[in-house]
Design a protein around this ligand. Sequence first.
Ligand code: ATP
Ligand code: MG
Length: 239
Amino acid sequence: MNIKSPHPRARLRAVCKGYGEGINRQEILHDIDLELHEGTLTLLEGPSGSGKSTILNILGLLDRADSGDIELDGRIIVDLPEKKLARLRNEEIGFIFQTADLIPRMTALENIRLPLDIQGTGRRRADQRVMEILEKLNMGELAKQPPEKLSGGQRQRVATARALVTQPKLLVADEPTSSLDSENAVQTVSAIQDLCHMMGTAVILATHDNRLRQHADVILSLRDGNLAAPATSNASRKY
Ligand SMILES: Nc1ncnc2c1ncn2[C@@H]1O[C@H](COP(=O)(O)OP(=O)(O)OP(=O)(O)O)[C@@H](O)[C@H]1O
Ligand SMILES: [Mg+2]
């Protein structure tokens, strides 16, 4: 059961980020303001090199902004030592990347359970939590399979389950479907949306794939360092 928070799950305020010095300086993000809300899937579009991964890495506390504020659940994250950042990443943020990176000699269930094992959750409770998520993904019968017996789409859904099993406040998904065919891409994002609505997780998902728009609650487009709702978008800001 999630207790509704009065704050956005994550927020960027006036975030700037660039690379290089002097005349080689390249500004990537200009004064980015962004709010991610509980149980909402936000799709982040933009051309290659526009800074989508840079935004996701800042939100996931994997990279630091040059200026501006990052908030998680109303707490401003500023100048925290790496150990504290690692704890926040582990306890409050889930990640999905382009490839599932599952551990080969472990079953789907064991792969998904790993973050709970690291947190010290008891085996019975952990297995129950994993099976609940697998059932939601219609993958219950695959729990005992190792990754090499799963399709690409099934593997990416196992990675989704692994990212969400700890019930993170925020899920950061960087092109999670770029290696999947169209049908599997849509199925995977639909599963992510269902789970985020159910668990109250705020999701930000970067993609180049227009077909995923139907599964977004909010669509944002990144261009020339600025964020906007795209003109062609039919998803309104419902939250
Ligand atoms: N560590 C770095 N040092 C210098 N420049 C960088 C670094 N990381 C990213 N960049 C530059 O920042 C810009 C934005 O990169 P980013 O990876 O965020 O784009 P993206 O929108 O995710 O692109 P793609 O769709 O190809 O994944 C690019 O011009 C990239 O070359
Ligand atoms: Mg990227």
